[in-house]
Design a protein around this ligand. Structure first.
Ligand code: BDP
Length: 651
């Protein structure tokens, strides 16, 4: 895209929302309201992996027809969690194929008797392909982990006096194929002198363990039969007024009224409107600022939507309240602007990963991670390499932590992965990501992929299409993908708004030669900027480090080597961040599990925290740096205070 156009897009983005590609069907986070109830189904589910040779015994014997315990032995499986590390059976850790989950539920009588209530089953994520039965009836299928899906099950539960008992059966297949996202291949090993008959392995092309199962909450919620299906909010600033543009979609009725009220954090009404779309103007609005950038960060308004629909026998109301942060995002040739001010990403890459729960959502871990992010002075992270749980983004909205929201476009390493079916699927996944996350002020950019083989011609076309589609879905945010290709070879870079670069100098090559980093990193930045004149983020850099290994002078894998490597990167980042480098994200926040290999010692150890969330030496180095940068980049200028330690050396 020509530069001028990119800038114009950045300024006009919020206004262009009306032209955004409309998506069918919403995916609002299920919140309680006077018209909506929730019933969480977290806890113990019955579980069985189908170890049969073709993995299809469950379908042949129709395990969904009767309680799972009647077709064979079951295990207790906690939800949310990955199933892999829970049992002592090594076969389950590596299992590839169908696993079966089941849960019996008693519904409140009103849900089954009151025909003006709509009952919805919502699954936060099921990695990677799921089929859902309710009371043995095939109800829902979904492809792709890390994103929610739901079904209206009212007509299955509102069928008579016995219907308050519900049996939910979910079959999940974790197999990755050339057309799934992420892609993978199944390889049959046919040399019978080495492998038993029918032996196969799942190959993946990414560096994290393919944890699977019901890794986020499963819940039931209700709405009235006429209901608020979706809300899309974009925001802008005009002089000292905030603008909140809203679009609301209603289902279940054509005869309705909508009232929209915007409340401030003290619950005072600041603007109101009616109808399915409109613009609210907030004079003297408080903006949503990233924390550390501003002394009053993360300000959230509440958009209260009230639907009144004319139904027989009488009117029906539905209420939904959406948190709204008023802020703008824009990109120039050398800057990333939030609310018109230059923003520097000093943050981390994460993974949803810890201990035996695998990628299972966990509140204590979530709060610990956010405390650590603030301890570190990190103002941003990338959701490498898949969308994180919705609760994570809600915390980012509330804390003022900026997010680059990445889809599971990781491991696009082989030429055969850039085919039409994969492209269609990738575009569909971006639709699901945008639909779910579009209203989070913390999300400032979409990332459509991590390290695709972007030197290939076919990848260039593929990335162009996915990026264009994402921009059409959401004209209000910049779009990127993360590359590790050479600047002269990359075929996708022309289409991004911000160049995101991963490099591992003195780690994956020139091992041990820390003295080369400054020269190589300078060349990297200068060649890319000369070619594209777009802002650049160092989206990954780091070194594998075993906590407790020490050596001076530094040797690879020691805490000293990680620190020294970071210091070398920081010299160049400090030179370039005053020009066109707009961010640095360490790889990685914490150690995480990978497949076994001779290059991984119980997983990837590039964390600055261990997998148990204890700091390595590099965490202290990074903390000092991030607070120093925070002090330099605050707006309006004032000294940032460490949020954890009163007597921090950086206050
Ligand atoms: C990068 C990948 C990331 C890896 C990291 C590493 O984007 O997923 O974990 O390298 O090798 O290339 O540690």
């Amino acid at each position: 895209m020509a530069r001028g156009l990119a800038v114009a897009w950045a300024v006009l983005g919020p206004l262009l929302w009306g032209c955004a590609l409309a998506l069918q069907g919403g995916m609002l986070y299920p919140r309680e309201s006077p018209s909506r109830e929730r019933k969480e189904l977290d806890g113990l589910w019955s579980f069985r992996a189908d170890f049969s040779d073709n993995r299809r015994r469950g379908f042949e014997e129709q395990w969904y027809r009767r309680p799972l315990r009647e077709s064979g032995p079951t295990l207790d499986m906690p939800v949310p969690s990955s199933f892999n590390d829970i049992s002592q059976d090594w076969r389950l850790r590596h299992f590839v194929g169908w696993v079966w989950y089941e849960r019996e539920v008693i519904l409140p009588e009103r849900w089954t008797q009151d025909l003006s209530t709509r009952v919805v089953l919502r699954i936060g994520s099921a990695h990677a392909y799921a089929i859902v039965w309710v009371n043995g009836v095939d109800t829902l299928e979904h492809e792709g982990g890390y994103l929610p899906f739901e079904a209206d099950i009212s007509n299955l539960v509102q069928v008579g006096p016995l219907s308050s008992q519900l049996r939910i059966t979910i079959a999940i297949n974790n197999t990755l194929t050339p057309t799934t996202l992420p892609p993978g291949t199944i390889q049959y090993l046919t040399d019978t002198s080495k492998y038993p008959k029918g032996y196969f392995v799942q190959n993946t092309y990414f560096d994290f363990f393919n944890y699977a199962g019901l890794q986020r909450s499963v819940l039931l919620y209700t709405t009235p039969t006429a209901y608020i299906d979706d809300i899309t909010v974009t925001t802008g600033v005009e002089h000292d007024s905030g603008l909140v543009n809203y679009q609301i979609s209603v289902k279940g009725s054509n005869l309705f009224e909508l009232e929209v009220r915007l409340l401030d954090a003290e619950n005072k009404l600041v603007a109101n409107g009616t109808g399915t779309q409109g613009q609210l103007k907030v004079p003297g609005a408080r903006l949503w600022w990233p924390y550390l950038m501003h002394e009053r960060p993360a300000y959230l308004y509440s958009l209260e939507v009230r639907l009144t629909a004319q139904m027989s026998p009488g009117p029906v109301s539905d209420f939904y309240t959406l948190p709204v942060g008023i802020r703008t995002v824009a990109v120039t040739e050398s800057q990333f602007l939030i609310n018109g001010k230059p923003f520097y990403f000093h943050g981390v890459n994460k993974h949803e990963d810890a201990d035996i729960r695998g990628k299972g959502f966990d509140w204590p871990l979530l709060v610990k991670d956010f405390n650590l992010l603030r301890w570190l002075g990190a103002n941003a992270f990338r959701t490498s390499h898949y969308p994180y749980a919705e609760e994570v983004l809600q915390m980012c909205d509330r804390y003022g932590i900026v997010v680059i929201d990445e889809c599971p476009g990781v491991g696009l390493a082989l030429p055969q992965f850039f085919n039409n079916m994969s492209l269609q699927n990738h575009m569909r996944v971006m639709e699901e990501v945008v639909r779910r996350d579009k209203n989070h002020p913390a999300v400032v950019m979409w990332s459509v992929a991590n390290e695709p083989a972007s030197h290939l011609e076919s990848a260039g076309y593929y990335l162009k299409m996915v990026i264009a589609h994402t921009k059409a879905l959401d004209p209000s945010r910049p779009v990127t993908f993360v590359t590790n290709s050479n600047y002269a070879a990359d075929k996708g870079a022309p289409y991004v708004d911000v160049i995101c670069l991963n490099s591992y100098y003195s780690w994956y090559h020139d091992y041990g030669h820390l003295e080369l980093i400054q020269q190589q990193l300078t060349t990297q930045f200068e060649s890319w900027y000369k070619t594209y004149q777009k802002p650049i983020i160092q989206s990954e850099y780091g070194a594998e480090t075993i906590v407790g290994f020490h050596q001076d002078p530094p040797l690879m894998f020691t805490e000293e080597y990680q620190k020294s490597l970071l210091e070398q990167y920081h010299v160049v980042l400090d030179q370039k961040r005053r020009k066109y480098v707009v961010g640095e994200l360490i790889w990685n926040f914490a150690d995480f599990m990978t497949e076994q290999s001779p290059t991984r010692v119980l997983g990837n150890k590039k964390g600055v925290f261990t997998r148990q969330r204890q700091p390595k030496s590099a965490a202290f180095l990074l903390r000092e740096r991030y607070w120093k940068i925070a002090n330099e980049t605050r707006y309006p200028y004032s000294i940032a205070k460490s949020q954890c330690l009163e007597n921090s050396p950086f206050t």
